[in-house]
Design a protein around this ligand. Structure first.
Ligand code: FAD
Length: 378
């Protein structure tokens, strides 16, 4: 990894930025999704033999960051190619790869990802969605509840994190199942979120959902490893989402601060306005450096190193995004709250990056325990 972006990455960044600019904040999400897919951006991280670009999370995060910086982020990129595409391409059976990867790569198919549960939340060790085998058919029967799962209505299937019983110890171990959208017993209810985004969040009920034996992704005994392989790209991609949004808001604020004049100079000449914007820019740049490090470690196959860096990148980017949006809205005065300028809704949207997929506090816990070796309170 060099600290200077390669010519290839610069070119990718520039062409995605141009696409984002053509669509802008008021984009038609489906049109943008299919155009980005046709240009190969959505599957840039997936293997070439399945129609992907043969790149990694470094490239995919550039795509999401630049679309976000243009005001047109595609949230499902965090889940479909990044988590589900990664897990299937690394651990799926040949049949699963052939069935899913070409569609995930060319954007014609989408997969959502469900881990969060109402009674587990941040404590994913506590999830209770359970899979048992039908001894007669070998099918899986999946039962449980999930909450806040994004895009289930627009996804062809959801990758559900459940548990199976260890035959030897009786302990429950995590396993990943592909659940088709219309599977019998798989119910969804849209949650009324105060977010103005195209993608909705759902509460899911799985009531003895019958799945064929090959709905299980990878190895029943290596579920945890497979899960973490998907969660690191998710964190890097959430960082990209946050940095993109922060850049978008900051750019609007800078434009405004250059022009708006209420005394003898534009408001951007007042340091009370200029310095927090400069600080927001620095924070976003620093977060991007950590994101690039995390993506590089992940793409180089260092899952452990990537784990720490991806957490730190998600933390830094989430915080930088919240501060950048807050300062940008403030810079516009009353206009910061008008629909015309469209920044106020980013106040809620930016909080998503602080909460999901792992909250600010849980990352601080991770760094306290894993990196600093401090004792746990829970
Ligand atoms: C817009 C959006 C989209 C989402 N999309 C998905 C998705 O597609 N799939 C999916 O599975 N999930 C999704 N989520 C869920 C998300 O990952 C969870 O909201 C997140 O993990 C936090 O869980 P929780 O909401 O249950 O909060 P809780 O776990 O109930 O936490 C509440 C608060 O307590 C704090 N807290 C909890 N434990 C500790 C501790 N030990 N120490 C200190 N503080 C603590 C947390 O930091 C948080 O501030 C989404 C959420 C949102 C908002």
């Amino acid at each position: 990894m060099t600290l200077v972006e390669s010519e290839e990455h610069k070119a990718l960044r520039a062409s995605v930025a141009a696409l984002g600019k053509r669509h802008g904040r008021t984009h038609d999400r489906d049109q943008l999704w299919s155009e980005a897919a046709k240009l190969g951006y959505l599957g840039v991280n997936l293997p070439e033999e399945y129609g992907g670009g043969g790149g990694g999370i470094a490239e995919l995060s550039i795509v999401l960051e630049e679309l976000g910086a243009a005001g047109s982020p595609l949230l499902m990129m965090i889940v479909s190619p990044a988590i589900c595409g990664t897990v299937i391409s690394r651990f799926g059976t040949d049949t699963q790869k052939q069935k899913w990867l070409p569609g995930l790569a060319d954007g014609t198919r989408t997969m959502a990802f469900g881990i969060t549960e109402p009674d587990a939340g941040s404590n994913s060790h506590r999830i209770t969605t359970t899979a048992r085998r039908d001894p007669d058919t070998g099918d899986w029967l999946l039962t449980g509840r999930k909450v806040f799962v994004s895009g289930v209505d627009i996804a062809d299937a959801t990758l559900i994190v459940g548990r199976t019983e260890d035959a030897r110890t009786g302990n429950l171990k995590p396993c990943l199942f592909i659940v088709p959208r219309d599977a019998e017993g798989f119910e969804r209810r849209a949650i009324d979120m105060e977010l103005s985004a195209f993608e909705k969040q759902f509460e899911l009920t799985l009531d003895d959902v019958r799945l064929p034996a090959d709905a299980l992704v990878g190895d029943e005994d290596a579920g945890l490893l497979q899960l973490f392989a998907g969660l690191n790209p998710e964190r890097v991609m959430t960082a990209a989402f946050a940095i993109g949004m922060g850049r978008y808001a900051l750019a609007r604020a800078v434009e405004y601060a250059r022009d708006r004049q209420v005394w003898k100079t534009p408001i951007g000449a007042h340091q009370a306005i200029a310095h927090p914007l400069a600080q927001a820019h620095i924070d976003l740049e620093l977060a991007r450096l950590m994101m690039q490090k995390a993506a590089h470690l992940y793409d180089a196959g260092d899952d452990i190193g990537a784990g720490e860096a991806a957490n730190m990148a998600k933390y830094a980017a989430g915080e930088a995004c919240v501060r950048a949006v807050d300062q940008s809205v403030h810079t516009l005065g009353g206009n910061g709250l008008t629909r015309e300028f469209g920044l106020a809704s980013l106040i809620t949207a930016s909080r998503v990056a602080r909460i999901a997929p792992v909250s600010r506090e849980m990352i601080l816990n991770y760094v306290s325990h894993q990196t600093l070796g401090l004792p746990k309170s829970y």
